[in-house]
Design a protein. Structure first.
Length: 313
């Protein structure tokens, strides 16, 4: 497949390397700082088990029009940038090109549709532990990366099957979902709760889950998100909260959420598309979310200061 990937951070760089190594025609759309390192040296992939490889990609550019139309597009930028990057990505699209977003959150598909029109957005989520060491060098910590994808209406399609097969060929566990909306909300319930509380407390998973008050707070935050998701059309029940708490308990004790790490480090975060989105969607459906509202309002001062400082710089 000819696959366009937008973003060369920890997720986009890994997928570009893996899909290129599997023989696919991968083209990256990147910001200027990534251009020369990848163009000159390809993608360097290191792993926790000692693997260290240089993998060439078919193309890398800051201008999507140079790349042209693709069989599929993967959006791997931060959640808050989806609307902006989709406008620049329009030259990658044929009338039937699927666009797979891999952000944390539940609003990416609607932002893709707003920018590109109906018929392009599919739903997607990924599980991967990887980070960018420097432009052109991605480190995969360990475990098999996984992607769940599906048409927004739940119907089977040739394009999701073709993309899933491409991901599988690259060593990525790919599953096609018949209810991707509910799958997205299940992950959303997890990341907003443990990431938000972790950021407030500045503590890792091992600490927040072993301290009874914070453990209860995370579970209550999940129940709020489940109620919002159900109101928004996801098939969530109280059983999903119990199952999600099990996933939280399975994390290694030193785990932290990406939003938590970004806020603490003073980087732009996905707060607006995580707890902020919970608050906004809850208001649309008349659902009370006092815990998520408090998380969002308390953390917004960190996020606002980060964006303000960046605009001044």
């Amino acid at each position: 497949m000819k696959i366009g990937i937008i973003g060369a951070g920890g997720v986009g760089a890994y997928f570009a390397a893996a899909l290129s190594q599997a023989g696919h025609d991968v083209h990256l759309v990147v910001t200027p700082r990534h251009l020369d390192p990848i163009r000159e040296n390809g993608m360097r992939l290191t792993t926790g088990d000692g693997r260290d490889e240089r993998i060439p990609v078919a193309g890398v550019n800051t201008d999507a029009s140079v790349i042209g139309q693709c069989d599929a597009v993967i959006i791997a930028c931060k959640a808050g940038s989806v609307a902006e990057v989709m406008v620049t990505a329009l030259p990658l699209l044929r009338s039937d090109t699927p666009v797979l977003p891999l952000q944390n959150g539940v609003t990416a598909a609607s932002q893709i549709t707003a920018a590109a029109g109906p018929g392009h957005a599919i739903g997607g989520l990924c599980m991967i532990i990887s980070y960018l060491v420097e432009p052109g060098h991605v480190h995969h910590v360990g475990g098999q990366p996984a992607v769940t994808l599906g048409e927004l209406d739940g119907s089977p399609s040739a394009r999701t099957r073709e993309l899933a097969d491409a991901l599988t060929s690259a060593g990525i566990a790919a599953r096609i979902s018949s209810d991707i909306t509910t799958d997205l909300w299940r992950k959303f319930m997890l990341i907003t709760a443990y990431g938000g509380i972790g950021a407030l407390c500045r503590r890792n998973v091992g600490e927040t889950r072993s301290h009874p008050p914070t453990r209860a707070l995370i579970e209550d935050a999940m129940r709020e998100v489940a109620a919002v998701g159900a109101a928004a059309g996801a098939n969530l029940t109280s059983d999903d909260v119990d199952i999600t708490m099990g996933h939280y308990d399975a994390f290694t004790p030193d785990s932290t959420a990406s939003m938590q790490r970004d806020l603490i480090a003073g980087r732009p975060s996905e707060l607006e598309e995580q707890n902020g989105a919970v608050v906004r969607i809850a208001a649309e459906h008349g659902v009370a979310v006092p815990i998520n509202s408090t998380i969002y309002r308390a953390l917004s001062i960190l996020d606002t200061h980060t964006l303000h400082n960046e605009s001044r710089g």
